[in-house]
Design a protein around this ligand. Structure first.
Ligand SMILES: *Cc1c(COP(=O)(O)O)cnc(C)c1O
Length: 391
């Protein structure tokens, strides 16, 4: 059939053709041709499923050792889906230092639907056990936690969950499936902000929930499709591409973080360094200390001067990028918490979090050491910072 130009520009004769490319094509298609009516084509409408998301989910399920993975438009969308598998009247146990966005979701949104939450110090397993009520359905933990890197015993929490017939969900964002495998340790559900290490290039917002429980999987799929929070084809394609370099990116960051820990904990200007690699419990359930650490300046009035004198790290929220990212919890992730509460929780103005990237560790260390010296040198001015930058 010869086509008019108006039809020719629309008609795609190459629909579905596979060129055996090294990378999967981006199936930027909201809908799919259905040759046979009711014929069960693999994809019909892209909110319900598309090839790029399916490929990504298959890979993520394998990496976490789960039977099913579901990719969402953000980490918070994945966490929402996990919590929305519950019903009105159900109760959840959460860490008292849970990720701020998760806290906002529970406190300001889900409680309106009478899903109930108790926050406890999950590093003490007996506090989890004591918080269990007749209507408790889920224990939700994050380890290492943020920004003080507290460690919760995943096997211990899984034992409690099993004993009381509850589900255990673990936010594994900080360790990635390469560093820690919660499903193998007894958890039922793993969530990630794929915005962080999984994508690793600070370019997309994405999340994933993984499970080996078929009932939970059905509920997660219903929520992904039914609330329309699935990850787009474009972002699924980008994330799948970035995942290929996760092992080299993450290993380099982990090695750099070890060296930075050694350098930081020798500095006179620092009161404390928080590094999961120091925790026996953490190392009993993870392969290494990860790539994020925290430190507290002895004199918090030097915090701005320290930032002024730095050249290399990106000073921002987020973590897990190839670039080193320095965050300041008191004015960033935890700014919404009243100062007295923040101070009581030890999130002071002198506390920094460092997500270590893949730059030269030696250069990162010299940059930090320079900034510590400058910040704590009484005669420092911003001009000296500029000299440092131009040298
Ligand atoms: C960033 C983050 C989230 C939220 O993920 P988004 O992709 O920003 O929605 C959840 N948990 C942890 C531990 C995080 O760091």
């Amino acid at each position: 059939m010869s086509l008019s130009k108006e039809t020719e520009v629309i008609f795609d004769a190459r629909r579905g053709i596979d060129y055996d490319s090294a990378n999967p094509p981006l199936y930027d298609s909201s809908t799919f041709h259905q040759k046979t009516l009711g014929g069960g084509a693999p994809f019909d409408y892209a909110r319900s499923g598309n090839p790029n998301r399916a490929l990504l989910e298959e890979k993520l399920a394998k990496l976490e050792g789960g039977s099913h993975a579901f990719a969402y438009a953000s980490g918070i969308a994945a966490i929402s889906a996990v919590l929305l598998t519950l019903n009105t009247g159900d109760h959840v146990i959460l860490p008292d230092d849970v990720y701020g966005g998760t806290f906002r979701l529970t406190e300001q949104i889900l409680t309106r639907f009478d899903i109930q939450f108790s926050t406890v110090n999950t590093t003490h397993l007996q506090e989890i056990e004591q918080a269990i009520q007749d209507n408790t359905k889920l224990i939700y933990i994050e380890t290492p936690s943020n920004p003080l890197f507290k460690i919760t015993d995943i096997r211990g929490a899984a034992d409690i969950a099993r004993h009381h017939q509850l589900l255990l969900a673990v936010d594994n964002t900080f360790m990635t499936p390469l560093g820690q495998s919660p499903l193998a340790l007894g958890a039922d559900i793993v969530v990630h902000s794929a915005t962080k290490f999984l994508s690793g290039h600070s370019d997309i917002i994405a999340g994933v929930a993984i499970t080996n429980n078929a009932k939970v999987a059905d509920a997660l799929y219903l929520l992904q499709n039914g609330t329309g929070t699935a990850l787009s084809a474009q972002d699924s394609w980008t994330l799948a591409k970035h995942l290929k370099t996760l092992p080299v990116r993450f290993n380099q960051s982990v090695e750099n973080a070890k060296k930075l820990y050694e350098a930081l904990h020798q500095r006179d200007e620092i009161a404390e360094v928080y590094y999961p690699g120091n925790s026996d419990l953490h190392l009993s359930q993870a392969h290494h200390g990860g790539a994020v650490l925290g430190f507290r300046l002895k004199d918090e009035t030097k915090a701005q001067a320290f930032v002024d004198a730095l050249s290399l790290p990106l000073v921002s929220v987020s973590l897990g990028g190839v670039e080193t990212i320095l965050s300041h919890p008191a004015t960033m992730s935890h700014a919404a918490i009243p100062k007295e509460v923040r101070d009581a929780r030890n999130i002071t103005f002198g506390l920094f979090r460092l997500s270590v990237g893949i730059e030269s560790a030696d250069e990162l260390i010299s940059d930090l050491n320079y900034a510590f010296k400058e910040a704590f040198n009484e005669s420092t001015t911003r001009q000296i910072t500029e000299q440092h930058l131009s040298s």
